[in-house]
Design a protein. Structure first.
Length: 222
């Protein structure tokens, strides 16, 4: 896997105060959520650096070994989501490098927010809840968490109280809502500050969800 990620970026229009790193899903790329920056109507938008990384290209087992952008390999489609755990750790390491780059610019880690959809949500949760420095928040959309068992021993105390937003479509046929709710329930049991929202949609993002995400980020980047 690559040692660094290509990115699509929207530079802040005024003084750089905050950073949002938004991770796409399987087979997409950094452009997938590029337009979301302006749709969120964030009060702090002029001071936000938006970063949309491109996942590395790799063969995906459930797609017959076809190569596509992916944060990790999926070995079988099931409620258990048998996946390449080592690939999740490698991608989380790459996201950690992006956070470090923002910190090197003088942005405190608690002004960096991680967001992700589907596979990207897995990485946002996995990387964010283990990150050694406090983050602003984590948004995990239409996703699950196959590394919950590891989180028990690897969690970072710095992000014990970091706000987490989870949203899911009740008609999702790609990642069953039961998988997302199981991750939410486990995180809630572990004491995380996590909120749950579900919507009448499939494996996607809807206007109502964008409104709730806007409220969530505006409450953090105040």
């Amino acid at each position: 896997m690559h040692s660094e990620l290509g990115t699509i970026e929207i530079q802040p229009e005024s003084a750089h105060k905050y950073s949002v790193i938004w991770l796409h899903g399987l087979g997409a790329d950094g452009h997938d959520f590029e337009n979301i920056a302006h749709e969120l109507h964030l009060k702090a938008e002029p001071g936000i650096h938006f970063i949309f990384p491109n996942a590395p290209v790799q063969p995906i087992t459930i797609n017959g070994g076809m190569e596509m952008r992916a944060w990790y390999d999926i070995l079988e489609m099931s409620m258990e989501h048998r996946v390449d755990i080592a690939g999740i750790y490698q991608s989380a390491k790459l996201i950690g490098q992006l956070i470090s780059q923002e910190m090197d610019k003088g942005i405190p880690s608690e002004h960096v927010l991680l967001a992700g959809f589907s596979q990207g949500g897995v990485i946002a949760l996995h990387a964010g809840l283990r990150y050694p420095h406090k983050l602003a928040g984590i948004i995990a959309l239409s996703t699950y968490l196959p590394t919950l068992e590891q989180l028990n021993t690897e969690r970072s105390t710095a992000n014990n109280a970091t706000p987490v937003f989870m949203g899911h479509g009740i008609l999702d046929s790609i990642v069953a809502i039961e998988s997302g709710k199981a991750a939410f329930n486990a995180l809630h049991t572990l004491g995380y500050n996590v909120e749950w929202h579900d919507y009448l949609m499939g494996h996607s993002v809807c206007i109502e969800e964008l409104g709730h995400i806007s409220i969530f980020i505006n409450s953090i980047f105040s």
